[in-house]
Design a protein around this ligand. Structure first.
Ligand code: T1G
Length: 690
């Protein structure tokens, strides 16, 4: 018996309970006693059937990810499952919570699976740059068919118990006491008598596989892989299940797993898995959080409406405030239309839409915010306007209400200093569209109370956001580094690179799109307005805006767009404009390589990240990676800018920054001290003591 695996009896049915909080990961200290228990029960004639269950909030949520990259301690998961399949008496997995990865693979080693009605089952290894390494790619298709298995494994998305039952993945779904139901199910099965066929020997799911249709679907999925190896390997492993004998396909799965687990892409994606969880931890564990029962949102425009939806989606009642009934109704109308689109797409039921809209109360009177525990302003990005709003909030908000600004750039310390309760003020920087984008930069101002900060970090999880706590500086983390990344864009154009060439260098790197496509999508007028407010110029972008070329919304920006289309078309007029402006500056065009483009955009971005870390704007380098992957589409296979700097080599980055600094004398190329320390120590944190 072990603390992590306990065996109990209910008559002739043995119950093996795994207890390895928080998610029952299949760590070595679980695998070893579990194997011993299974062998003992297999050979015990008084045991007619075996149920494998888990204590706590979930069935096994996977292999222990912290063990990857270290020597494997036997028995490994495959040995465990192989032993399970030597048991002739019926074995039943009792699944509640989330049976994921190795957890579902363990369950597939049982003859039967029963699930709680609220359970979810999936093989999310692809999100870690892996594939199911415990036989999941070979066993799952045998139950649900090759195409459904392909979709589940390449997407990594779990399915609910009802869908799993319909697909043949689980044999029964229960409400109430799952273990009791599982014991009765096992006893009934044993009473009927065997033999019981292990999943590995079942081919019903494979019989009608249309390999041509499978290959077509796999090909379509491969197009979305964007340079990631795992999705391709997943599809190959599932195809092997169809075309190879079981043991051969299993061996092929193992070979693919061994290659992937050692890959930089998987290391990067595993880094991000833990980085997201680290970022959400505030230093103070024992802080009593404030209670948020009602949320006030000021401003029902694009940002305010999206933020309101994010909170409504998290179950919060909303008071939405606008300056006039007309603006309020327009905002509510947009919110209703957005939910209607989700219903049409099938991602929201009609009932859920009604329920979310019922959470909204509209008003044009600040006094109606008096019962809100958290108030978020999303008004015009102007310091005077923000201060006026906070002044009104100071007068009406109840004591202890958290007062948040959604500003992207403005100094939150200055806003906090303008009212009587700076301890209640912080930033909640959402990214547009706020009801969709995962990233939330939580800005800790100098006087923000620790309990206020801990409260919103906790709240972020409830509304499905990936939270990163950042300090006050211009542009916080994301936009500050975005400015560094874009600081050379104009120079690259004037020196001879085209928008298409620069964007191509980005998409070849793994970005979903390049900076010029992104500018056209977001609207070039936004950056134009920001530059004018700060007395800055960008000769090409400003000229395009002066010509009314704002991007997709005007059909023309850096690219041309056909009516109602988003596909960027290179525009000779823009390229001629660039050449004209370059000639005016006496710049002769030259060939510019993709490497140069990356050096003059991503290296300054990493350098800025080093400065952000030095200034203590974030607690750890991986917070920066979380910001960029969840807010700006940095390729997950490269782990975020700071993780990628380790792959690229800090010394190489420094050498190239110094080269460009010598040629341009621009500050963005002056290597930060922490970057130099990282080159010596190999760690951002080791050097962060600077
Ligand atoms: N291994 C180790 N630690 C894990 C873990 C895992 N598989 N899953 C979660 N944790 C830790 C997590 O870091 C956090 O730690 C705590 O548990 C709570 O997690 C061979 C190769 C299950 C849906 O990918 O999706 O099996 O921060 O904050 O929001 O084929 O955890 O408290 O110190 O996320 O309630 C496949 C990963 C592994 C599932 C619960 N399985 N986990 O979410 O809690 S690879 C996965 C999750 C594999 C085999 C392959 C979620 C969750 P700390 P949490 P949650």
């Amino acid at each position: 018996m072990s603390d992590f695996v306990k065996v109990s009896r209910d008559g002739d049915v043995a119950i093996v309970t795994i207890d390895n909080p928080p998610v029952n990961a299949l760590s070595f200290h679980v695998r070893e006693p579990l194997l011993q228990a299974l062998v003992s029960l297999r050979d015990d004639p008084s045991v007619a059937a075996i149920v494998i269950a888990c204590a706590g909030r979930t069935f096994v949520a996977g292999a222990d990810i912290t063990e990857f990259g270290k020597p494997v301690q036997q028995p490994d998961l495959r040995a465990l499952i192989a032993t399970l399949e030597t048991i002739a008496k019926p074995t039943v997995a009792a699944i509640h919570g989330t049976a994921l990865g190795g957890g579902l693979e363990l369950a597939l080693g049982c003859h039967f699976r029963v699930a709680d009605a609220g359970a979810k089952l999936g093989l999310p290894e692809v999100k870690l740059g892996l594939l199911p390494g415990g036989g999941g790619t070979v066993r799952l298709p045998r139950l649900v068919g090759a195409v459904k298995a392909l979709r589940m494994i390449v997407s990594g998305s779990p399915i609910g118990a009802t869908e799993a039952h319909a697909a043949g993945l689980v044999d029964a779904v229960f409400e109430g006491d799952l273990t009791a139901h599982a014991v009765n199910f096992a006893r009934e099965i044993a009473r009927k008598g065997g033999p019981y066929t292990p999943v590995r020997d079942r081919d019903d799911g494979l019989e009608e596989t249309d390999l041509a249709a499978f290959d077509a679907e796999a090909g379509a999925l491969a197009k979305k892989a964007r340079g990631l190896e795992a999705p391709i390997a997943c599809a190959q492993a599932v195809r092997n299940a169809v075309t190879m004998p079981f043991d051969e396909a299993l061996a092929a799965e193992r070979a693919l797993f061994v290659r992937l687990v050692a890959s930089d892409q998987s290391r990067a994606q595993r880094h991000l898995f833990f980085a997201e969880r680290e970022a959400a931890k505030t230093s103070a564990k024992d802080i009593v959080k404030r209670r948020i029962t009602r949320v006030g949102i000021i401003g029902a425009g694009t940002m305010g409406g999206g933020i309101a939806m994010a909170f409504a989606n998290g179950g919060y009642p909303i008071t939405l405030l606008e300056t006039s009934q007309e603006a309020l109704q327009r905002g509510l109308g947009t919110i209703e239309k957005n939910y209607a689109v989700s219903v049409t797409r099938g991602s929201l039921t009609e009932d859920a839409k009604r329920q979310r809209l019922a959470q909204f109360k509209g008003s044009t009177d600040y006094a109606d915010l008096a019962d809100c525990d958290l108030i978020v302003e999303a008004v015009f990005e102007d310091m005077a306007v923000k201060k006026e709003v906070f002044g009104k909030l100071d007068a009406v908000a109840k004591p202890g209400a958290i007062l948040a600004t959604n500003t992207s750039y403005l100094d939150i310390n200055e806003i906090a200093a303008s009212i009587s309760r700076p301890q209640d003020v912080l930033g909640l920087h959402f990214f547009s569209p706020a009801n969709v984008m995962k990233l939330l930069e939580i800005v800790r101002a100098d006087k923000t109370a620790p309990d206020a900060l801990a409260t919103v970090v906790d709240m972020a999880r409830r509304i499905g956001k990936v939270a990163v706590v950042v300090g006050v500086c211009h542009g916080f983390v994301g936009n500050r580094m975005l400015a560094a990344r874009g600081s050379e864009s104009e120079a690259l154009l004037l020196e001879g690179a085209t928008p298409s060439q620069i964007d191509q260098a980005f998409t070849d790197f793994g970005w979903p799109m390049g900076p010029f496509q992104m500018g056209d999508l977001a609207g070039l007028d936004i950056g134009w307005r920001n530059r004018k407010a700060r007395g800055l110029t960008a000769v090409i972008a400003d000229t395009l805006c002066e010509q009314g070329r704002f991007g997709q919304k005007t059909g023309r920006g850096f690219y041309l767009y056909e009516a109602d289309a988003r596909t960027p078309i290179a525009d000779p007029e823009v390229e001629a404009l660039i050449r004209t402006k370059a000639a005016e500056k006496g710049i002769a065009p030259r060939a510019i390589s993709a490497e140069e483009i990356i050096e003059r955009t991503l290296y300054p971005m990493i350098n800025e990240g080093a400065k952000i870390l030095e200034e203590g704007i974030v607690a750890r380098s991986s917070d920066i990676d979380v910001v960029w992957v969840n807010g700006y589409g940095f390729p997950v296979g490269k782990g975020g800018p700071m993780f990628w700097a380790g792959l690229e080599g800090a010394a190489k980055i420094i050498e190239r920054l110094e080269y460009w600094h010598d040629r341009t004398a621009k500050d963005v190329f002056k290597p930060a001290p922490l970057l130099k320390a990282m080159a010596e120590t190999g760690s951002w944190e080791a050097g962060a003591s600077i």
